[in-house]
Design a protein around this ligand. Structure first.
Ligand code: HEC
Length: 200
């Protein structure tokens, strides 16, 4: 009798074990899927960071630098002529062109804008908020500027490079000039399109 019942018990047990096993498999497959989704994202972030160290490499190639003299750049607060020699000067084609025209050649360049957001996240968001919505420092995503000169790229660069009042210190020792242009392209992308950050 016992021997007759046992196999059916066993198979019931086996079925339970199998069901549990299958559920576990599905769960682990789900878990695999989740890691599969998160992994490339974190890799992308690393790639973006790597790009920051070699600023806008790909983007600079198609920038043609005009002839002619550089414009005068002055500190937003001090009004003093800026001496670019004491900055972390990297005269990329974009920086050279910007100094002649006062227009940021990176504006509208999606891959640079994305990089710019990565730089903003590490260098500025602590004070200006994750999406430049304002925190300790004012919002940079709206159309109001404490310093009206910031409406133009030249003024925006002067403020970021040489600083504002108080906690808004000069960024010149912290960021390369090319990186400042990259951050600026992201800030402008917010104003131009009412857009979400380019990254994410
Ligand atoms: C330690 C905090 C802090 C950090 C970091 C910081 N800021 Fe600021 N920022 C401020 C404060 C405070 C002000 C307001 C100062 C003023 O009005 O003069 C300000 C003002 C500004 C302004 C002028 C805004 C206007 O309305 O005219 C700009 C542009 C700006 N910051 C950009 C940046 C960028 C870009 C970065 C990163 C590269 C950055 N800031 C990093 C605190 C900070």
């Amino acid at each position: 009798m016992y021997k007759l019942i046992k196999p059916s018990h066993t198979s019931a047990l086996m079925a339970t074990i199998l069901a549990t096993f299958l559920t576990a498999c599905q769960a682990s497959q789900q878990a695999d899927k989740t890691t599969a989704i998160t992994e490339p994202v974190s890799k992308n972030v690393q790639v973006a960071n790597a790009d920051v160290q070699t600023p806008a490499k790909a983007a600079t190639t198609d920038i043609v630098v005009d002839d002619g003299p550089d414009l005068e750049f002055r500190g937003t607060i001090s009004g003093d002529l800026l001496d670019f020699k004491d900055g972390k000067g990297d005269d990329t084609p974009a920086v050279k062109q910007f100094k002649k025209t006062g227009k940021n050649p990176y504006n509208g360049n999606e891959s640079v804008i994305k990089n710019g957001y990565t730089i903003f996240s590490t260098a500025c968001s602590g004070c200006h908020g994750h999406l430049a919505e304002g925190k300790l420092g004012p919002a940079l995503a709206d159309s109001y500027w404490t310093y009206p000169g910031n409406k133009k790229d030249k003024g925006l660069f002067e403020t970021i490079y040489a600083g504002g009042q108080g906690m808004m210190g000069p960024q010149k020792g912290l960021l390369a000039q090319d990186e400042i242009l990259q951050v600026m392209s992201w800030i402008r992308s917010l104003q131009n399109k009412d857009a979400k950050p380019a990254a994410h």
